[in-house]
Design a protein around this ligand. Structure first.
Ligand SMILES: Cc1cc2nc3c(=O)[nH]c(=O)nc-3n(C[C@H](O)[C@H](O)[C@H](O)COP(=O)(O)O)c2cc1C
Length: 386
């Protein structure tokens, strides 16, 4: 996959160097086009070294008749303009082609996804002329990632900040993935739950939420309307998903899932829901002097089982089984007991909290082993389900 990155002379240009680094780590092939003004802020050498790529700045730097703007614009699978200055946006909106960057922007085929990352001083951004220009690009099929609010390089506070590069990478993935889940609605749970002992203590588990968040990101990428119900995690809310709900306890998660369940086609229960909650929860902090306090446990609601009882024929119910022994055997038992369509079984001791995983996708018909990054495994799971 080839990414053509246009860079204009916004002060956030140093963040575009990190973008190139991230794109390289994702194994994208990259070419960079800089406006002449951008090359006054940062040397093209920096982009070239970090991205292991060619950097072009001059329309007329022909190499043996190889015309840069016509060749590169055709080669690109995605064109990203980040940071996009008010000036370059205005020129592209007006159809000007007075440097290599704007010439390429004009030559990019209509079908090629184009991502605009406007960053500038708030007054420049809020100016109706800039707004109009951005809207012209939107109307011409550009995908615009809105700038964020906060402290700007000029010292002012407002809207205009460069977004997290991860958002740009996620948008590239979203715009280029096959839409095998188009018109489908996917409901996912993720993370651990917390069961209170008293107002400041709880019992929980080591689930990081990474698998569920990866599944949510990939579901969105593949075209699904995506809702993620998450227990407490340290992860960022996935950028593009349609609904995100935070819950704490198993009971809260159950209630939220139940509220949504009937509206979804594929339901994937990744969360490590606590099996037990505290029966004798204390309304006030238990004092340490009270050292012989005994915690009494009781079962929480079994969300997957409850859903297995009410699921319709046209719904696909997927459960996860985090086991520490007899992974496949317990997974097979769970498939039948919970009336699920698939159980994704894994060895929690090996994969909990990690970025990589190895799972067994168990259905009535077969067992498939899938291994790799959690995002890769999520994509494989959807291929199998579809
Ligand atoms: C230090 C500095 C920072 C700038 N930051 C921005 C910016 O963040 N956004 C913007 O639209 N223009 C910014 N400008 C103004 C642009 O560089 C200027 O409009 C330039 O003509 C744009 O040229 P280009 O679009 O061809 O790169 C900045 C200028 C300087 C000197």
């Amino acid at each position: 996959m080839h990414i053509l990155l246009g860079v204009s002379s916004g002060i956030a240009i140093y963040k575009a160097v990190d973008l190139v680094s991230k794109l390289r780590k994702e194994n994208y092939q990259i070419d960079v086009i800089m406006s002449e003004n951008a090359s006054k802020l940062i040397s093209p050498t920096v982009f070239s070294a970090v991205g292991n790529c060619n950097v072009y700045t001059n329309t007329f730097d022909l190499n043996n008749g190889w015309i840069i703007h016509t060749e590169l614009s055709q080669k690109a699978d995605v064109f990203v303009l980040a940071p996009a200055t008010a000036n370059s946006i205005a020129k592209i909106a007006a159809g000007l082609a007075d440097n290599l960057l704007t010439t390429i922007a004009l030559a990019i085929p209509n079908k090629t996804p184009k991502i605009l990352v406007p960053t500038m001083n708030t007054r420049m951004y809020e100016n109706p002329i800039t707004k109009r220009n951005i809207n012209i690009l939107k109307d011409n099929g550009w995908y615009v990632i809105e700038p964020e609010e906060g402290l700007l390089a000029c010292g002012e506070i407002g809207k205009g900040r460069y977004p997290e590069n991860q958002k740009i990478v996620e948008t590239i993935k979203f715009l280029t993935a096959p839409k095998i889940l188009k018109d489908k609605k996917v409901l996912i749970t993720a993370g651990p739950t917390r069961e209170n002992i008293d107002p400041i203590r709880y019992i929980s588990n080591y689930s990081s939420g990474k698998m569920g968040y990866s599944i949510a990101k990939v579901a969105k990428r593949l075209g699904a309307y995506t809702c993620l119900i998450s227990g407490p995690t340290c992860l960022e809310k996935p950028f593009l998903i349609d609904e995100f709900v935070n819950v704490e306890s198993a009971q809260e998660m159950y209630e939220k899932v139940l509220e949504k369940f009937s509206n979804f086609d594929i339901i994937i229960m990744t969360a490590a829901v606590a099996d037990f909650k505290i029966k004798n929860t204390s309304a006030n902090k238990i004092k340490k002097e009270n050292f012989n306090f005994i915690l009494e446990l009781e079962r929480t609601v079994d969300i997957l089982s409850e859903l297995g009882k009410i699921k319709r024929k046209n719904q696909i119910l997927v459960g996860f089984a985090a086991e520490t022994e007899n992974v496949i055997e317990y997974g097979k038992e769970k498939l039948v007991k919970k009336n699920a369509d698939f159980i994704i079984a894994n060895n929690a001791k090996e994969v909990m909290g990690k970025d990589f995983t190895k799972v067994y996708v168990i259905s009535k018909e077969k067992i498939l082993e899938v291994e790799g990054s959690k995002e890769k495994v999520a994509a494989e799971i959807f291929k199998i389900i579809v």
